[in-house]
Design a protein around this ligand. Structure first.
Ligand SMILES: Cc1ncc(COP(=O)(O)O)c(C=O)c1O
Length: 378
């Protein structure tokens, strides 16, 4: 982790609110993923944190990317090296456009590539056939998201019962569907979701084979949980579950397997530092008003359903306190249950595990700009 004196030095040079991202830790997460899942190639889901310096670090390590929009596609395109033809080759092989429902203007722009993209319904096949016929299709199947913090299956994924029909429909439209994708839900600590997902995918692979079409590509999505608290089961345990399922159902490397880890690569690699701007006692509790909040770095409180915690730089007797953001909105309360010493205005707090779905969804609400981001190696 980044030590306190480094954080204080960075605050001296840059002010607050500040997000410090440690790239050695991003690399360590990438290495851990590759070590424990040797048959799965990671494609970083850049939505978790689209900073191009993060894309660059992972690109240098050989990572692929999952993009969800033309704009995210361009972040990768502009970060990687080479002339247009070299970049095009990279985008076609090492990027997946993993948004099952795409904007038409994006499809038109993507038609000069033959990029892999996911779909999960008939109308999307028609759209892709009309506007982006050079793409390669991956069918997103609905799998259980039980207990995951963000349940994506409420919005995406074809019912397994219609998957073969969708593969046939795509074939008539001129596409040989290459394979399947699934997502067990973000921050998934219920590993049974993965077991069920592999089983469902295997059945569809078998159905396609019996129909005469070999699927060769499996995208196991994201969901790899981050230790925001001690109850989250370990990545090593999950890797064992995944490796067992791959061994049971899929013949690698004949079947190419990729994943789209988002938060797993970045959440633990960043710290936010905020300054106390105000202090009040409400219902016998101390409320600290800080210069960053739910509309900025701590937007994950709402969009990502994550509870962030704070620590002080100074020591003292701890008591239950609230930490709230700077805007006039009552929604802008980051936490009502922090254990903090008695602090004064202009003193600092920090919050760990702030790298995923935080600055990615920050706004300018009430005129407060998002936190400055600093990239370091530790
Ligand atoms: C299609 C897709 N892939 C990957 C991810 C990243 O998931 P995670 O951050 O849980 O790894 C998401 C998150 O919403 C997603 O929608």
């Amino acid at each position: 982790m980044i030590d306190k004196s480094t954080l204080l030095d960075l605050v001296n040079g840059n002010g607050t609110p500040l997000i410090v991202i440690a790239h050695d830790l991003i690399k360590a997460n990438y290495y851990k993923f590759c070590k424990y899942l040797p048959n799965v190639k990671p494609f970083y889901a850049i939505k978790a944190n689209p900073e191009s310096k993060i894309v660059k670090t992972l690109y240098n390590e050989g990572c692929g990317f999952d993009v969800a929009s033309w704009e995210e596609f361009m972040i990768v395109y502009e970060t990687i090296e080479g002339n247009h033809e070299e970049k095009k080759a990279f985008m076609n092989e090492k990027v997946i456009y993993a948004n099952p429902v795409k904007r038409i203007d994006s499809l038109k722009k993507l038609n000069e590539y033959s990029i892999r993209m996911t779909f999960d319904n008939y109308i999307e096949v028609d759209k892709i056939a009309q506007y982006c016929k050079n793409s390669r299709l991956i069918l997103r199947v609905d799998v259980p998201n039980t207990g995951s913090v963000v349940e994506l299956s409420t919005k995406f994924g074809a019912n397994p019962k219609i998957c073969l029909d969708l593969i046939k429909y795509a074939k008539k439209a001129g596409f040989n569907v290459e394979g399947l994708s699934f997502h067990v839900g973000s921050q998934c600590s219920n590993f049974d979701n993965y077991i069920q997902a592999f089983k469902i995918a295997h059945n569809i692979f078998e159905q396609a084979k019996n129909f005469g079409q070999e699927l060769t590509f499996l995208d196991i999505g994201g969901g790899f949980p981050v230790p925001y608290d001690e109850d989250v089961p370990s990545f090593e345990t999950l890797a064992e579950v995944i490796n067992n399922s791959i061994f049971q159902y899929f013949d690698t490397p004949k079947i190419r397997i990729i994943a789209e880890p988002g938060r797993f690569f970045v959440a633990t690699t960043a710290i936010a530092i905020v300054e106390i701007n105000g202090k009040a006692i409400r219902n016998d509790k101390v409320y600290y008003y800080v210069n960053d909040g739910v509309y900025n770095t701590f937007s994950g409180t709402i969009f990502d359903h994550i509870q962030y915690h704070f620590k002080a730089f100074k020591e003292g007797v701890l008591k239950e306190s609230a930490v709230v953001g700077p805007t006039c909105d009552a929604l802008d309360k980051i936490s009502l249950n922090e254990q903090l010493p008695d602090l004064n205005i202009e003193e600092l707090l920090y919050s760990e595990n702030i790298g995923a779905y935080t600055n990615a969804s920050a706004t300018h609400f009430n005129g407060f700009p998002p936190a400055k981001i600093i990239h370091i190696n530790i």
